[in-house]
Design a protein around this ligand. Sequence first.
Ligand code: ADP
Ligand code: MG
Length: 615
Amino acid sequence: MSTATPQKFAFQAEIAQLLDIVTHSLYTEKEIFIRELVSNASDALEKLRHTQITEKEIFDDQAALEINLTTDDKAKTITIQDFGIGMTQAELIENLGTIAHSGSKAFLKALGESGTKNAGLIGQFGVGFYSAFMVAKSVKVYSHSWRAAEPGQLWTSDGAGSYEIEEAADQRRGCKIVLELKDECAEFATESRVKAIIERYSAFVSFPINLNGKRLNTVQALWLRGKNEIKDEEYTEFYKFQAHAWDEPRLRLHFSADAPLAINALLFVPKENTEKFGFARTEPAVSLYCRKVLIDAAPKDLLPEWLRFLKGVVDSEDLPLNISRETMQDKALIEKLNKVITKRFLKFLDEEATQRPDAYAEFYAAFGIFLKEGAALDYTHKDQLVKLLRFESSLTDAGKTTSLADYVTRLKDAQKEIYYLNGASRAAIEAGPYLEGFKARNLEVLFCYEPVDEYVFNNVREFDGKKLIAADHADVKLEDLPQTGESLSETEIKELTEWLKATLGSHVADVKASDRLVGSPALATNADKFMTPQMRRMMKTMKRDEGGADEPVKVNLEINPRHAVIKRLAATRTSSPEKAQLVAEQLLDNALISAGLFEDPAKMVARLYKLLETV
Ligand code: ADP
Ligand code: MG
């Protein structure tokens, strides 16, 4: 059915409706039309490559498998040419005149559902070929099918209800699409603007893309190549390019999966955690691709929050290029991707931790905080994350860490709990009064140096069926231990604790003798279970901001009835009550200092001078 004069066709009703919306849309990111046309060109080249395998006779067989863009800023045109399979007249009618193909259909459906001329939807769906009409007042498609017997064609439309097709002589194989730009869209006829757009969306398209004769995409879609053929330097170069990074990646995970989704992913952990240096919160940066074409450079829900430090690429063939972030179905798809990738990355970290413990320790030092965040907040992955946490402990050397799983292997027979202590440093924890009772009983205590640790353990609650308990908690019960040294008698203890309670008044909730002390005279535990030192400090800063006063600390005081200071105090109480009162107050302050609850140095200094007078 060849014709000499142009033949006029009406667009199918849905296409006409679509074009009306697209032509008049105020959608701001009009640049995506280039992504759409380049991805069509790439699809057409891919199809040609397949056709070449089965068909012997291909029209214009010498044409290179590449995409050529040319801009003409005087004429305000942009031209996209490919040497792909091209289209016959029938195919032009079918493909560009009807709604037979996927993307635009989904767009119209969503539009029907949202019931408005929602400009935002265009960006989400990328309305395929028709996006050209956002920027063009006229579109010409010159085409020659790979079938030699078919004549060349010219398809023309201004996007207003109809199009024309006529035969065109001397066409190369494939499609050459010429856009005559609207005046307000003339920017797309400038080379620099187009270059930037290609670099953003189409950097990894596997066919060469030339702009005004210059090759643009030189970086390969590394993630689709086999692991074994990729050199470390190639990975590093790719990382720097893709993540706009200057450093070398610390870790990388390159994997593919077929089920439940077809995924090719290449993920990197950067060298440094910039959040740690006080930079702004890291934004998600793993980009989502569908067959090498960028869909979203920074999709929010592709990975859980705590994985925001990752860089790289996830490519899934199962994503429609025109993915909608609005519809349920696609949300489910992203959720599925999220699940698969997170699980795989956790497994990877677990392998790193066992196979390369030193490298893992370095990674953990920089990025462990994110794992803690996940352990505390991501209920789905909590268990795997807790396994990845590492702490120094009373049984490790300084600078060496243990996992909770290893801790559990060292549990004492009757031990049902995992103990931890918060403190600024190893030295601070070891010097405090809380550890000694555990040490004397050979119980291991994890050392937590970061303020979030307590929050994490409170949320995690237990590991492997063992409760996580703060060793400075008032409820901690330790088994009896044969004690050395002479103790005050039961009556003496009773009298002393009652006297202390009366003397220290509102500062203590309770005073009792304790077995957890070995070398220290006294220690303080929180009377209020939930008011931990960290919590208290936080409350205080908040109250100070409001300009209000704060409550005095109230603690449980535990005394060591075998300690010389306590025995002296019991004696001084009757012989020299004034001095005894000063000692009692100082004893409490010392305990508060160790508990991180001490607040009134001026008062203490005055008291110490008074005490010194009595020596
Ligand atoms: P989609 O790419 O999602 O199918 P488009 O609107 O982008 O939707 O394209 C519609 C159809 O037009 C394509 O499916 C393809 O058959 C045809 N087409 C578009 N561009 C080209 C091209 N450069 N070469 C060959 N066929 C093309
Ligand atoms: Mg397309």
